[in-house]
Write a protein that binds this ligand. Sequence first.
Ligand code: SF4
Ligand code: SF4
Length: 162
Amino acid sequence: MDMIELKYRICMSCGSKCCRRFDYKTWYVQLNLHDIARIANGLREDVYDIVRKYVKILNHGKYIILTLKAVEGRCIFLTDRGCSIHSFKPIACRTYPVYIPGTYLDPECPLSRYPELLEEEIRNVEQYMREFYETRKILEEESPEKPEDIAKLVTKYIIRRS
Ligand code: SF4
Ligand code: SF4
């Protein structure tokens, strides 16, 4: 069995635990502005519609955090067949179970017992960090409040510049 097959089997037998534990205190999937642009592109939908339908804005005092919405603790993109946006899922999902800055594995995840399977997730940490700090700077400077504000930032800083 190759590594991809083994990973797939481990995730299937785990039942997507990491996609079912959203409580917005101890667990959520943080989004950056690039993630939102990629999801809009992948679903071929307007950026504003994506933000309105799928993005939750958390105000953590000093910081605004963008996260995926969930329904009864399940990520809004989780289906019976797994992640419905797998090929363009958020970079946070593409690094998990590697925690930033890349030196700690979430013991809740069965894959953490197989670090040799996590090369791709470890490689993705650099992209995560770059996009995280860029987004944080923009959110601090612009202080968006509403979905339309977030959509405007995605268009201004990510789509128009790419
Ligand atoms: S990444 Fe870990 S917690 Fe998530 S589905 Fe796979 S094995 Fe389960
Ligand atoms: S986007 Fe996909 S991988 Fe990420 S939490 Fe949602 S269902 Fe899981």
